[in-house]
Design a protein around this ligand. Structure first.
Ligand code: 2RA
Length: 329
């Protein structure tokens, strides 16, 4: 397969290249793509060097699949051009996620909705992916009425500038700020900009994308997204009210048998998910599974995943793997 990685020099792009190699994706030709200022740079993939090309050159090279992680504006402008050239685009930005003509895919949940006609496919937001992967099998059995989620999001979700800000603050050096405030020894209750309703875009992504992926707009979701000074991944405290009652042991059993989910849940051995141990892995880790004793049919969970992997690069590549396996490309 001729694969373009658009945003190849960015944080997610670099993880995409790593995961493509790790999973031995059938890449016959790699086309690393970036902005004009990076054209000509060399990147290495599976022991071979490739020169970064610009967008139009990449379109003209007619890749089979283009993995995008280059921001919403770039995707809005260029994804249709790649698609018109016959390339199937899988986009990590929010540009296409809520477009009613585009599929929003977590392969373990809804890859079967994909057809060969889908030439622009949206990869959900990282904090959404890790939550819905856990919620989907529970919704099927117990029917979710409402979700309350608080996130504790890694600075890697913001990008290199945020990682640099934290390192500067560790070192006591004043540098460029990714956030309005210091992030070292702090927690910032704002991920992305605010919408009219007082929620941030990140919080509304959790609301809207969850309903679209689970295919049920009756699911009530409310979210608070917080940025914390860690690098390993995003953590989420999730409270779920179901229509039907449940046994915690059954919840644990269902999740234990859910592809892509690892249950780490044993108070006697202090076993629960933590971003430090999720970093670099493709699974979504769930623990602290317990009944919410303040309300009937309601459950608390703690969900952790590497936001650069299952939250972005790996989910994107799993969609590409599904397209290849299903002969949709
Ligand atoms: C964040 N989910 O963590 C967003 C974008 N990666 O900032």
């Amino acid at each position: 397969m001729r694969i373009a990685v658009v945003g190849a020099t960015g944080m997610v792009g670099e993880v995409m290249l790593k995961v493509l190699a790790e999973r031995n994706f059938p890449v016959t030709e790699l086309i690393p793509v970036a902005s004009e200022r990076s054209v000509g740079k060399e990147i290495e993939f599976k022991g071979k060097k490739y020169k970064v090309v610009g967008m139009q050159t990449a379109v003209d090279m007619k890749a089979d699949i283009a993995l995008f992680s280059a921001g919403g504006e770039t995707s809005l402008e260029w994804a249709p051009k790649f698609a018109a050239a016959g390339t199937t685009v899988i986009d990590n930005s929010s540009a296409w996620r809520m477009d009613p003509t585009k599929k929003l895919v977590v392969p373990e949940i809804n890859a079967s909705e994909l057809t060969a006609a889908d030439k622009i496919i949206a990869n959900p937001n990282c904090s959404t992916i890790q939550m819905v992967l856990v919620l989907a099998p529970l919704h099927k059995k117990y029917n979710i009425k409402r979700v309350i989620v608080s996130t504790y999001q890694s600075i890697t979700g913001t990008g290199v500038k945020a990682v640099q800000q934290l390192e500067n603050e560790y070192a006591g050096v004043q540098g460029e700020m990714a956030y309005k405030y210091p992030i070292h020894r702090n927690a910032i209750p704002q991920c992305d900009s605010f919408e009219e309703n007082g929620y941030t875009k990140e919080e509304m992504k959790l609301v809207r994308e969850t309903q679209k992926i689970l295919g049920d707009r009756t699911i009530a979701v409310t979210a608070t997204a917080v940025r914390v000074p860690i690098v390993g991944g995003h953590s989420e405290a999730v409270n779920v009210e179901f229509t039907n009652d449940f046994e915690v042991s059954d919840i644990q059993n269902i999740l234990h048998h859910t592809d892509g989910v690892v249950v780490q849940d044993n108070n006697d051995t202090y076993t629960y998910p933590m971003p430090m141990y999720a970093q670099g892995k493709d699974d979504v880790f769930v623990g602290r599974i317990r009944r919410d004793e303040s309300q009937a049919n309601t459950l608390n969970m703690w969900i952790v995943a590497d936001n650069l992997r299952k939250g972005a690069a790996t989910n994107t590549i799993q969609i590409a793997e599904y397209l290849v396996a299903s002969k949709l490309v």
